[in-house]
Every structure is written in C-alpha cells, then in structure tokens.
Ligand binder design. Structure first.
Ligand SMILES: [Zn+2]
Length: 363
C-alpha cells in the first residue's frame, strides 16, 4: 500500500501528459552510472559549508580550504567545488535534489547506509531484509543483470568499484556481470593494464581500499579497450573521509571526483561509439546529517536527514532543464527502472520495481 500511495498521483498525472505527447524513441545506446558514496546534497547545491570550513575540528587548514572552495555567491561557490556539474550538466542536463527549492530526492529505505542504498538504486526495491553492510549475497535481481540479458547487451555491462562489497550487492556469482572491485586485476594483460594493476598493488590504502583514482583509471581504460555499453563506477572516498571528520579532505575528494566525471564525459563525447549516444547519471547511496551541523559526519537510521539525496543526468534523451526548480519528490528506488528506460527497456524482476523518472528519459 505504501508503494501505491507514493506514486498514485504521479501515475494519474503521467496518463494526462501522455495523451498529449507522441511517445519519444530512446536515442541513448549506452549508459554510464557513477555514484559518490555519502556525498551530501548540501555541498552539491550549496558548495562548501562555512560553519564546517571554520570549525577547526573538521578543517585543519581553514584559510587554504576557503581560498580554494569559498565564494560568497552560492552559484560560484558550488561551481568551485563541482565545476563539471555546474557547467556541463547544469547547461545540458538536469540536477535533482535542491531541497532549498523544494525539489526533494529521498531514500525509500529507512536504513540510510550503503548496502541498502545501492540495493535500492539497482533493484528498484527498498527491501527491508537488506539491512546490513556485510558480505551477504543479494537475493534481489538488479537492473544491470537485467540489461546484461537483453539483445545487444550480453557481456557488455561492467562495474568498477572501490568498495569490496559490490560483488555481493550485485551478486556477481548469479548475475555474471563483469565486476572489478578493490584489489581485482584487469581482465587481460597489456602494457597499460599491467601498469594500472602494478600501481594498484603498490599504492597506499588510506581508507583501507584502493584509492578512487585507480577505480576511475581502470574503468576508463577498460572502457577504451572493451567498449562496454553499460558502465558503472562506484567511488567511496567521500564517505570514509566524512566519517573521519576531515571536511577539507571530503571536499578535496568530491572535487577530484567531479574532475574525473569531466574527464569521463570528455572521453565519451570524443569516441564515435559513445558520442551523443550515451547517458551519464550520477547519484549517491545516502546523504548525511546537517542538523545539528556536527552530524555531517554521520548517516544511518537514527540520522533523520541522512535519507536526503540527489541525482544528476545528462544525455541525448535528457532535456537541458538544468537545476530542477519545481516542487517535487523523487525516490532512489526509481533509478533502476530509469536506467532501463534510458536504453528503451522496462525493468522487471522477482520483486516490486518502482516507476522510472520520466523527465530524465523523455525530452
Ligand atoms: Zn558511511
């Protein structure tokens, strides 16, 4: 019943709209998904937080960090932190989740931590039985394995993750997806792949897993070699650095991940297989607290505002609406069906699936 109530008005509205609209054909042939673990919407839409910047417990070098990321103007401030999101995506794509404007995106799961969040993103089902971060095989069918079974997509779906629990979340033993996680080496040997594997085996591991930059470079070079039609990249550093209370480092990682997104989009728009035929979607598994301010470090069931998230999208089927300013409420569970719809499929599974977000794939 919860499920019906959450979407009944939206369905009624979309029936009305669809009467006046010729159904649009999906033009996206490829899909790239990136997640920034525990990245708050407050920084996405507001840039660096002045209270956290001036708090010596969280920011060791306030002056230096301010110099890099602060601006009195909120538009310039958020662009200092996320130049790609606030130039290319804001100009040609869409950004959901600015709650100061009433544009809300929420976790539907009540746990507000990683495994339940990633399960919700990829299965479209906030299963209450998925409630720990342990290495438990996920029983729920995910949209990546669904796409991997469609004509033209078999063995064309790959995931690169920093966190070592993803093979369980995406159940690689059942889904047969190519998943490269933490210490995994690349699938075959050439000089370039050998170098990446070598750096990965010799690097420091400040947060106990490989640095996000190695997840990114492995994914990018795999993309160039293997040309997957669906690629998922899961970054991790923002969450770990926030738990550690290092606000300056959390900002640095967020900024570096934005630059990786820009680098990725530049490659996508330069390669004939991907150019103007690829949708990029970016989101997070959960938010973090903000009230009281010290709760920025934390998330989970007891942090009431940690279920507040955000979504960014850019691609040939996504209208250039920029920052979404309409009053609205979306849920993380809608992403799975949206990923499928972007490629022209309707995601079905062994569990309920929430409806897709039409405004992302219908121009
Ligand atoms: Zn966490």
């Amino acid at each position: 019943m919860m499920h019906m109530n959450r979407y009944v008005s939206m369905v009624a509205l979309s029936v009305l709209i669809s009467i006046q609209k010729i159904p649009a054909q999906s033009r996206s042939e490829n899909l790239v998904i990136v997640t920034l673990d525990g990245m708050r919407w407050q920084e996405i839409f507001g840039g660096a937080d002045s209270a956290l910047l001036s708090n010596k417990n969280f920011t060791r070098d306030s002056a230096g960090t301010r110099l890099k990321f602060w601006n009195d103007d909120i538009g310039k401030r958020r662009k200092n932190l996320f130049p790609f999101l606030w130039s290319t995506v804001a100009g040609q794509g869409q950004l959901y989740g600015n709650r100061w404007l009433g544009n809300d995106v929420n976790n539907a799961n009540r746990y507000k931590f990683s495994y339940p969040g990633y399960n919700e993103i990829f299965t479209g089902y906030p299963d209450t039985a998925v409630n720990s971060n342990d290495t438990v095989l996920n029983k729920n069918i995910n949209v990546l394995e669904f796409i991997n079974k469609q004509a033209g997509f078999k063995n064309n779906v790959a995931a690169f993750t920093t966190w070592e629990v993803f093979p369980y979340i995406l159940n690689k033993w059942r889904s047969n997806l190519y998943i490269n996680s933490d210490k995994d080496t690349l699938p075959y040997t050439n000089e370039k792949f050998r170098l990446i594997d070598n750096i990965q085996s010799l690097t420091t591991r400040p947060i106990g897993v490989r640095p996000d930059i190695l997840t990114y470079i492995a994914a990018r070079e795999y993309m160039k070699e293997m040309k997957p039609r669906v690629l998922y990249i899961a970054f991790d550093e923002t969450d770990d650095l926030a738990h550690a209370g290092m606000y300056d480092q959390y900002l640095e990682s967020a900024h570096a991940e934005d630059r990786m997104l820009e680098d990725l989009w530049t490659y996508i728009q330069s390669a004939p297989q991907y150019k103007n035929k690829t949708t990029l979607m970016v989101t997070c598994d959960h938010g973090r607290g903000d009230n009281p301010k010290e709760n920025w470090q934390h998330h989970g069931e007891k942090i009431f505002d940690a279920g507040q998230i955000w979504i960014a999208a850019i691609g040939p089927d996504t209208s250039p609406a920029g920052e979404m300013k309409n009053k609205g409420l979306l849920y993380q569970e809608q992403l799975a069906a949206t990923f499928a719809k972007v490629l022209g499929f309707t995601f079905e599974a062994n569990h309920p699936v929430a409806p897709p977000i039409e405004s992302i794939y219908k121009k």
